[in-house]
Design a protein around this ligand. Structure first.
Ligand code: HEM
Ligand SMILES: [Ca+2]
Length: 298
């Protein structure tokens, strides 16, 4: 249903306009690449890839931004708003926010050394959001392997897709409250030296300031998209519990090993899995709308 040529007739400059906006944002702040990839994920897992995550609270909308996996955590809204306003200047009312988020994720990946892929287009924007689905359908950093797998199979993605897409944690940052439990646990699934290093930047005392302290998800190359994330897991240096469970004696160990040895396979699988994720329940045809501002349903 979606097609890579969707805007060729109606907005031929859409892709280049968005690319410029994303490049500018990532060159200002490299972490933004990570934030934009995550934004697409958190959109697609809740009602499908329909830009529902971008809607603010209103009389009819309870914003997904305030759901637990998103609040004070998901970033990149201003970058999408900026790209949208540039696109509106060249072709008003044509390009959906949902497509802009999908294109932004692809351009962000490429900007930090990750793969590129052909984005399928023609998604339309929702008029609704679901804070409750955001709370139930998005994975948690405390999830065990079976829970992670079922959250992805619920969306039509395989266990392998789940491991592949978790490789996005090759870039970006996490807040102390998401990994404190793991680094102070003295468990056998964490490298002791790594735990000590991370403890220095993440005090055991839970205060607002401490909880927000950041650490790189990939300790080796936090700013470039590579397969170090998988090498870290084999060394028991996954930052989140949900990272380490991918290599902890279970059914996904072999996939982690494969990607740790073969960056090329990881990158091409990642591209394919992002295309698959971008296909989750899009609104097409006459369903949904084209928003004029991404944060409101017209
Ligand atoms: C498998 C289950 C997953 C869990 C439990 C999970 C959880 C998390 C958590 C807790 C953070 C840190 C958030 C914060 O501290 O504010 C994070 C960051 C991130 N996640 Fe995931 N994630 C998962 C899968 C994914 C997937 C599938 C993608 C994309 C394809 C992704 C992309 C990212 C990125 C890029 C960051 C860094 C964001 C930034 O620096 O702004 N994650 N994730
Ligand atoms: Ca959505």
């Amino acid at each position: 249903q979606l097609s890579s040529t969707f805007y060729d007739g109606t907005c031929p400059n859409a892709l280049s306009t968005i690319r410029t906006a994303i490049r500018t944002a990532v060159s200002k702040e490299r972490r933004m690449a990570a934030s934009l990839i995550r934004l697409h994920f958190h959109d697609c897992f809740v009602q499908g890839c329909d830009a529902s995550i971008l809607l603010d609270d209103s009389s009819t909308i309870e914003s997904e931004k305030s759901a637990l996996p998103n609040v004070n955590s998901v970033r990149g809204f201003e970058v999408i708003d900026k790209a949208k306003s540039e696109v509106e200047k060249v072709c008003p009312g044509v390009v959906s926010c949902a497509d802009i988020v999908a294109i932004a994720a692809r351009d962000a990946s490429f900007a930090v050394g990750g793969p590129s892929w052909t984005v399928k287009l023609g998604r339309r924007d929702s008029t609704t959001a679901s804070k409750s689905l955001a709370n139930t359908d998005l994975p948690l950093f405390t999830d065990d392997l079976n829970t992670l797998i079922s959250r992805f199979t619920n969306k039509g993605l395989t266990a392998r897709d789940m491991v592949t897409l978790s490789g996005a944690h090759t870039i970006g940052q996490a807040q102390c409250f998401t990994f404190r439990g793991r680094i102070y646990n003295n468990a056998s699934d964490i490298d002791a030296g790594f735990a000590r290093t991370r403890q220095r930047g993440c005090p055991s005392l839970s205060t607002t300031a401490n909880n927000q302290k950041l650490a790189a998800l990939d300790l080796v190359t936090p700013n470039s998209f590579d397969n170090n994330y998988f090498k870290n897991l084999i060394q028991k240096k996954g930052l989140l519990q949900s990272d380490q469970v991918l290599f902890s004696g279970g059914s996904t160990d072999s996939i982690v090993s494969e990607y740790s040895k073969n960056p090329t396979t990881f990158k091409s699988d990642f591209a394919a899995a992002m295309i698959k994720m971008g296909d989750i329940a899009p609104l097409t045809g006459s369903a949904g709308i084209i928003r004029s501002i991404c944060s409101a349903a017209n």
